[in-house]
Design a protein around this ligand. Structure first.
Ligand code: E4P
Length: 217
């Protein structure tokens, strides 16, 4: 299973990449705003240089023509750029056009199996179902992942599933259990994935015993 890191924070990306936990990065306009850099293309380029893997940058346009123009510009920033396109009627048109140009598209804001099916048919390289935001409105985010995995398997779609809007470790573990290709994980969830209170408790006990041993010398 591949881990993408869901952030535009270069320091966090560098740290997680060095641990071997970063196969790619996803950004969106909100994450870019959080990073506080207005030179967004330059920031994407720097992220690509660190990651050396797929880095998603999102289009802002809402019409197909605008999305295609923006997508083509973004794709020129670096060979690793994946163009994030919203899953709308115009997004479908733009995805088909960008895919025909050989540009990798990440279909974003996916909230239903029908959206994932259509974006795969349009030629998206990735789809991003947002599990956390579905859970927030009392829908089962992980059930959507199961449905998309099943549909893609039925028809041998090559589109990869990026589990997005990940809020906690169980989202990642369930994604792995279901066989999703990728989870895009915020840096704070990477920390939570490795943490366990029994590890901390066990370590404290080992160190206390070690200290006692040294003091008894
Ligand atoms: C990634 O592609 C998405 O933009 C991101 O996971 C959304 O996460 P959020 O629902 O926590 O904003």
């Amino acid at each position: 299973m591949k881990f993408f890191i869901d952030t535009a924070d270069l320091d966090a990306i560098r740290e997680i990449k060095a641990m071997g936990m970063c196969d790619g990065v996803t950004t969106n306009p909100s994450l870019m705003a959080k990073a506080g850099r207005t030179d967004t293309d330059a920031l994407l380029k720097e992220i690509c240089r660190v990651v050396q893997g797929p880095v998603s940058g999102e289009v802002i346009a809402l019409d197909a023509e605008g999305m295609v123009a923006e997508g083509r510009r973004l794709a020129k920033v670096d060979d690793h750029i994946v163009v994030k396109v919203p899953t709308t009627y115009d997004g479908l048109k733009a995805t088909a056009a960008l895919a025909a140009d050989g540009i990798a598209v990440n279909a974003t804001l996916v909230f239903s199996a029908s959206q994932a099916l259509l974006m795969a048919k349009a030629g998206a390289a990735y789809v991003s179902p947002f599990v956390g935001r579905l859970d927030d409105v009392s829908e089962d985010g992980m059930q959507l992942i199961e449905d998309i995995c099943q549909i893609y398997e039925n028809y041998d779609f090559e589109t990869e599933i990026i589990v997005a809007s990940v809020r906690h470790p169980i989202h990642v573990v369930e994604s792995a259990r279901l066989g999703a290709h990728i989870a895009t994980i915020p840096p704070e969830v990477v920390r939570k994935l490795v943490a366990h209170p029994l590890t901390d408790k066990g370590l404290a006990a080992f160190l206390a015993d070690w200290r006692k041993l040294q003091e008894g010398r």
